[in-house]
Design a protein around this ligand. Sequence first.
Ligand code: MRU
Length: 352
Amino acid sequence: MTDTFDFDRYDRIRPIRWTGDALELLDQRKLPFQVEYVTCRTSQAVYEAIHALTVRGAPAIGIAAAWGLVLAAADIEAADGGEAARKLDPAIDHLNLARPTAVNLAWALARMRRKLVDAGTDWREVMTREADLIAREDLAANRHMGALGAALIAPGSGVLTHCNTGSLATAGFGTALGVIRAGVAQGRIAQVFAGETRPWLQGARLTVWELQQDGIMPTLIADAAAAHLMKSGKVQWVVVGADRICANGDSANKIGTYQLAIAARHHGVKFMVAAPSSTVDMGTLSGDAIHIEERDPQELFGIGGVATAAAGIQAWNPVFDVTPHGLIDAIVTERGVIERPDAVAMQAAFGS
Ligand code: MRU
């Protein structure tokens, strides 16, 4: 399928552009109403863009951070890669703090540092090449995963997805949305449902818009409609991405994913997690050890500047949750499909 797939037809958006001396990020806070790139010229600007969700989605955060480190390198002098790595450690530590849950951030920064340590006088070129490679590999992984995941879906199926896992969240094509793009192209997926994904509305603002750009017409549902949708028999799979997949297969993803997995199991709907191997964290044994980001309660008090809650109340705003591996039917990475994931299957696939 990958040889004949018309990628340009189904994948046109690029959220991250490197210009040679600056990073341009498609401002995901403003989509779909304004399509605007912001320019980051410093590693601090990249930190702020990640923190503020100008760029978001686990793989995209990692790629942006890698370029953020390249920008930080412009401020230092070093005779070789080892010296540069030591001087860049504060920038690495700072970028790592931008968001806590998606492991792709720390993964990309650690990969950049490893490459740098071994570099000689050409360390600046080595860094630029590595950041570019991280992005290229992500795109290739997504395209491959798309084929692997779509093959699990029977022709004519309906699928439900959550949050945004598409080109906007990656170097391109997407993870769960890549599976969906491939599944639609192959006629396996007849209907795509997208949950709104409160409070930040990644589904309503980003996923629906992104698919529309590529000629795929999804059906938007309120998050609260998911169990009712499953009961109706209109969906056979829930397909989601991940921010961190643990050594036992427990997977962190956007808040609301866990309740989708519970409802899916109750209704006999299959549940797929699609993510690149850069999202796998074999150093975290189970979901209990994942740091779940909690954002400003303010995000729950309104939409687009319009108040939607009574004034003067309290709110709790965790933005990720963990789906236990027992509720996952398949984890799909570019390395293959793990059905009914558990610690043994994860070790076989990702253990060193
Ligand atoms: O808060 P966000 O928008 O960065 O959360 C994104 C998600 O939860 C995605 O599902 C996940 O990062 C996978 S993106 C391919």
